[in-house]
Design a protein around this ligand. Sequence first.
Ligand SMILES: Nc1nc2c(c(=O)[nH]1)N[C@@H](CN(C=O)c1ccc(C(=O)N[C@@H](CCC(=O)O)C(=O)O)cc1)CN2
Length: 292
Amino acid sequence: MTTSHTAQIIDGNALAAQLRADVARRTEALKAKGLTPGLAVVLVGDNPASQVYVRNKVKACSDAGLHSVLEKYEATMTEDALLARIEALNNDPAIHGILVQLPLPAHIDANKVIESIAPAKDVDGFHIASAGALMVGQPGFWPCTPYGCMKMLESIGYDLRGKHAVVIGRSNIVGKPMAMMLLQKNATVTICHSATPDLKAMTLQADVVVAAVGKRNVLTADMVKPDAVVIDVGMNRNDEGKLCGDVDFAGVSTVASHITPVPGGVGPMTITMLLVNTMESAERDAAARGLV
Ligand SMILES: Nc1nc2c(c(=O)[nH]1)N[C@@H](CN(C=O)c1ccc(C(=O)N[C@@H](CCC(=O)O)C(=O)O)cc1)CN2
C-alpha cells in the first residue's frame, strides 16, 4: 500500500492579513495619542514592476490607517538631488520610515543612497547600521523579506533551537540577514551559494530550507529531508509566463511537512513587515516624545 503525503501550506496572504489588522489596531492607538505613523516611498524612474510595488505599499499604508507620501522622480534625477530629498525626509517629523524602491537607475549609487537614510527611519532594514544591529542582536530594523520568513516559521509554532537551517542564496537583503535571524533563534545555519560544490548534500541535512536564489527548480524533491520546512523566497516566471518560486512546489510538497507557495507566500509578507517596521518606528518616536 502506498501513502501519499502533501505538505501543509503556509499561507502568506492569510498571515499578512492578521499582521496588518494588528498594525491597524496599533495605528489607531497611536492616533488617539496624537501621533500618526508616516512612511515616505521614493521611486526614481519608470521600472514597471517597481511602480506596482510602490503603489501596493502606499495602498497597504492607507488600508492600515498610516500616512504615506509617494515621491516619484524622473529616471534622469541626479544622485545629489536624491540625497537632498532623503535629507529632508530624515528631518521631517511626520515621517517615521523612508524607503527608496530598488533598483535605482545605474547612474545612482544605491549603497550611498541607502547609507544616507537615518538608521532610525530605515524601515527597509538595508542600512549598514541595521545590518550591524541584526548581527550583534541589538534593536534595529530587520529587512522585510527575511523578517516575513521568520514570522511564517513562528506562525506554525516552529522552534528553531537545535535545528539545522540551510539558506540558499547570500544576497545582502535576503540570504545574509536570513541566516543571522535563524542563528539568533539558535538554529545551526549553513549558507549555500553558487560556489557550493554539493548543494544536495547540504539540503538533505536540513530541517529548514530557505531558497532565495531567483532561479527555478533550485530545490527539488530528491534534495529535501522528509518533514523539512521549506520557505520559498524566489520570484521567477515559468515557460508559460506564470509566476513561480525557486522550489519545485509540486515535487517538494510530497516530502516536506510545510511549504510556502509562490505567489501567496513570502511575497505578501514583505510589504506587511514594512508596515510593522514603520509602526515600530512610530511607537519609538511616541515613547521618545513621552506620548505613551
Ligand atoms: N526598497 C525596496 N526595494 C525592493 C524590495 C524591498 O523590500 N525594498 N523588494 C523587491 C520588490 N518588492 C518590494 O518592494 C516586492 C516583491 C514582491 C512582492 C509580492 O507580493 N509578490 C507576490 C506576487 C506579486 C505578483 O503577482 O506579481 C507574491 O509573491 O505572492 C512584494 C514586494 C525589490 N525591490
